[in-house]
Design a binder for this molecule. Structure first.
Ligand SMILES: [Ca+2]
Length: 359
């Protein structure tokens, strides 16, 4: 008996070797390395918007991670009767119809055939009539009620000569102020010690864009103490390939009275160029200016004419020059740096960004 048990134990290393071989051949026990399935999130722009107003438009962007084209199909349903400007692509513009709740749905299929779907809920505020609408100045003075109220009981004999009615209408002393003051053209100095709403464009919705970050800094300044450092990293871009570093502020702006956009920019790269863009109207139409070269060091007063007729849009096939439409309904103001076609990383500094009026 003792001899037999020993023989069995002697066999054990051989058996375990066979088992290991079998596992290796069948593939059991090894972890297969699968490509991660792309997932995506729906982001509403402006990012702070959870409640929209009737008639307001917001962009909804599908951010796919890892990057992959999903051929998304978009739809909307709910009680707010909202509409989408398109039902395909990576971005749609949603316009609210009436008070209620809408669900925007994006569905697609990954390259490997897995269906994916995301929804975002938008609450549309029921419009409340504005309470603070300034009353029109009452320029026709109300005549005094000159018919005296008759005494209710025994008439008191007049003590004296009747006093003439005092209330001869006083003409309005001041000329009435127009209810809405002329909109001022915005400016950003970064002297608040913050980026003042300016950010670097990030994510797959921005093509050819290698912006990294936008931070306020006291490293250099054209005026005051602070400027906005705009970092980009195009070191992964092949030589001779065009790319951009895009920085923007997303804000509802009335740019109608603003005829120029002027800023100072510090640059240290030979061959750097700059352009601007305004995204306007309910469909956020992107109007891009022609590029202009930047010198090294401070470029003060880099000026773009916002009334120029040489902007490019998708509707003009990025070719035919057009003026900026719907300037009064500007959603996005963008400064675009275009490095020379070489893999580069670096920082530019923006300061004293101001928009000028008609003068
Ligand atoms: Ca400054």
């Amino acid at each position: 008996m003792i001899v037999k048990r020993k023989q069995i134990w002697l066999l054990f290393p051989f058996v375990s070797l066979l088992l290991t071989l079998a596992l290796a051949i069948t593939g059991c026990g090894s972890t297969p390395t699968l490509k991660p399935q792309p997932t995506f999130a729906l982001k509403v722009r402006p990012e702070t918007t959870t409640e929209v107003q009737v008639g307001q438009s917001v962009a909804i962007v599908a951010e796919v991670e890892p990057l992959e084209k999903l051929d998304l199909k978009w739809s909307v349903s709910g009680t707010a009767e909202g509409t989408l400007n398109t039902d395909t692509g990576e971005q749609v513009v949603y316009t609210a119809g009436k008070g209620g709740v809408d669900i925007v749905i994006a569905e697609g299929t990954t390259a490997s055939g897995v269906p994916v779907k995301q929804t975002v809920s938008l609450t549309v505020a029921t419009p409340v009539p504005p309470t603070d609408t300034p009353m029109p100045p009452t320029d026709t003075p109300v005549p005094p009620t000159d018919t005296p109220v008759p005494p209710t009981d025994t008439p008191v004999p007049p003590t004296d000569t009747p006093v003439p009615p005092t209330a001869t209408p006083v003409p309005p002393t001041a000329t009435p102020v127009p209810p809405t003051a002329t909109p001022t053209c915005p400016q950003w100095t970064f002297e608040s010690g913050t980026a003042e709403g300016w950010v670097a464009a990030r994510g797959p919705a921005w093509t050819d864009n290698y912006a990294l970050g936008a931070t306020v800094t006291s490293e250099v300044a054209s005026e005051g103490q602070y400027s906005l450092r705009c970092d980009f990293d195009g070191t992964s871009v092949p030589t001779d390939q065009f790319y951009k570093a895009i920085f923007y502020i997303e804000r509802q702006l009335d740019m109608a009275p603003c005829s120029t956009l002027v800023f100072a920019v510090h640059n240290s790269i030979d061959g750097m160029e700059v352009a601007i863009s305004l995204s306007t109207g309910p469909n956020w139409v992107w109007h891009e200016s022609p590029r202009r070269p930047l010198g090294t060091g401070w470029n003060e007063d880099v000026t773009f004419d916002l009334d120029a007729t040489n902007f490019k849009t998708e509707a003009s096939n990025w070719r035919d020059p057009v003026p900026v439409a719907d300037k009064n309904d500007t959603k996005l103001l963008t400064i675009i740096f275009i490095p020379p076609k070489r893999p580069l990383a670096g920082s530019l500094y923006l300061d004293a960004i101001r928009t000028g009026g008609q003068d």
